[in-house]
Design a binder for this molecule. Sequence first.
Ligand code: PMP
Length: 363
Amino acid sequence: MTWPPLRDELRGLAPYGAPQLDVPVQLNVNENPYGPSPECVADIAASVAEAASTLNRYPDREFSELRTALAAYLSKDTPHGIAPEQVWAANGSNEVMLQLLQAYAGPGRTALSFAPTYSMYPEYARDTNTSWVAGRREDDFSLDLDHARALVEEHRPAVVLLPSPNNPTGTALPHDAIAGLCEAAGEGLVVVDEAYGEFRREGVPSALELLPDHRNLVVTRTMSKAFALAGARLGYLAADPALCDGIRVVRLPYHLSAVTQAVALAALRHEKELLGRVDDLRAERDATYAWLIEQGHRVAESDANFVLFGVFRDRHAVWQGLLDRGVIVREVGPEGWLRVSIGTPEEMKSFKLGLSQVLEEAS
Ligand code: PMP
């Protein structure tokens, strides 16, 4: 037996994660480029100081105050409102979705998504001994509802994972696709992963609106992207209260530290400021999309804070060329495509200049 004695299916596998390189222009993990203001930093620091004086005690296991604050925030995106009992949170939406699979998938059950899709999903399935099935998206990365419904009916998945907007393509799903899949899934859960939901274009609704019609619908969100709080690790979901109760069976006790709860609550008090840059990022995204089209690339329409573009014969060479010029993007998605996160106008200038130089040199 080789050392360490890992589970057979984990032997030789590398841990997930984009390279964390010290590069001046970081456009590879869809972070928000704008940090918090000094006032917001001071409020977060004061809240952490207050929490620090009670760290001899375990935190509120039910994170009631945070659930209430998250419910109030989500309620702005649906006329039906969201109650605190409908909210669950964990250390990033990755942990929220892993907990969903721990509670509702597992051995003998299947999780399903449509490729290209978020690359962590098959890892949640692997780690919970859940079977994994990936259907396909169309050439423009939209979902063919007939194909999607047929696949769901064939495999009867316990969990369908639908990122909307999708990572890495930026594609948002229309309501009729989500509603159709909720119906096709029967008792299976349909998880609409809205990690990038706040960046959606005008007129694109949130799946939160559909919650009253489908008790098997779960909508996940994160504070890592629009909220500019990736370092704090706070993800959450809205769903039927009974589904939240089911997750409580598998969560580790006190999984959300007092510090995390204090930071998230302070950030929610500064919602206006932290989300204030979303409109700027959307405008920069649309400008980046238009520029890439102008340059003759294929570009996926995006409702997120990133743009997928290509198609390059040797995408790794383009990625490396950009890195050599101090700009890091992500090699992800279908062969030949690259994904660029939306940064500040200065960062996008460096990206455009770098890309033009790399392609000119190669021609
Ligand atoms: N869902 C999608 C589609 C993502 O792209 C990401 C992060 N890249 C996540 C979920 C997880 O984010 P976090 O754990 O930071 O909430």
